[in-house]
Design a protein around this ligand. Structure first.
Ligand SMILES: Nc1ncnc2c1ncn2[C@@H]1O[C@H](COP(=O)(O)OP(=O)(O)OP(=O)(O)O)[C@@H](O)[C@H]1O
Ligand SMILES: [Mg+2]
Length: 241
């Protein structure tokens, strides 16, 4: 079976005083290897909570999660961190680059944690930066780069570890519309090259670049549509902020 993500009956609650907040209410979701899924829904619907669960940053109260065939329930924090580092590349709205490091050093950083030697780290970082059109900028600090260039460095960093899965939470949220379109095109290309991608967005126009759109509302999946099927199969329901 070739599923990258298998979430079954994932429940996540938070306690606020005496009150229990149900953030994810038995979410089940399967994502095939090579797919490109957008997760959309209103603010507060649970998108980031779901993303954090998929990204092994947050542990659910109950339910099971298999990532690339590995059952993650009952794993230790170290085990989860190791699996996360090996399998997942993250792209964030605010890029999350370290300001004191150059582009090249930022791309190399996660490979230090995964124990890749210095020479190979440098080589791989150069290759991915080159591939994303940032070959000339390796020695620039983030502050010397535009927003779009910073996001390219962040994408290079995510790619350098050769992850099974790329997770992007509002990756174009901090970019102007022209730069957003370029970064989005890059993500579409990565998917065409075989990368499995889960992207979170408020923006239906961005979501429409994916192959599949999953809508979450109040902690539940309320629709799941394939875009690479017949257009008539598509739901037209608009998703508001
Ligand atoms: N640590 C926490 N403690 C209590 N409640 C939380 C916590 N984290 C998230 N929540 C609540 O869970 C709900 C879902 O939050 P989440 O961040 O997943 O929403 P979202 O869909 O990503 O929203 P946005 O589009 O605004 O980013 C919100 O009501 C939020 O207030
Ligand atoms: Mg969010």
């Amino acid at each position: 079976m070739d599923n990258m993500i298998e979430l079954e009956h994932i429940v996540k609650t938070y306690q606020r005083g005496a009150e229990t907040l149900h953030i994810l209410k038995s979410v089940s979701l399967t994502v095939a290897r090579g797919d490109f899924v957008a997760i959309v829904g209103p603010s507060g619907s649970g998108k980031s909570t779901l993303m954090n669960t998929i990204g092994l940053l947050d542990v659910p109260d109950s339910g099971t999660y298999r990532l690339d065939g590995v059952l993650t329930s009952n794993m230790s924090d170290n085990g989860l961190a190791e699996l996360r580092n090996r399998k997942i590349g993250f792209i964030f709205q605010q890029f999350n680059l370290l300001p004191r490091l150059t582009a090249l050093e930022n791309v190399e950083l996660p490979m230090i944690y995964s124990g890749i030697g210095k020479k190979e780290r440098r080589e791989r970082a150069l290759v991915v930066l080159e591939r994303l059109g940032m070959g000339e900028r390796g020695h620039h600090k983030p502050s010397e780069l535009s927003g779009g260039q910073q996001q390219r460095v962040a994408i290079a960093r995510a790619l350098a570890g050769n992850p099974s899965l790329m997770l992007a939470d509002e990756p174009t949220g901090a970019l102007d519309s022209k730069t957003s379109a370029e970064v989005l095109e890059l993500i579409v290309q990565l998917n065409r090259q075989g990368n499995t991608i889960v992207l979170i967005t408020h923006d239906m126009h961005i979501a429409e670049n994916a192959r599949r759109i999953v809508t979450i509302r109040d902690g539940e999946i309320v629709s799941d549509e394939r875009l690479d099927g017949a257009p008539s199969e598509r739901l037209t329901e608009a998703v508001s902020r």
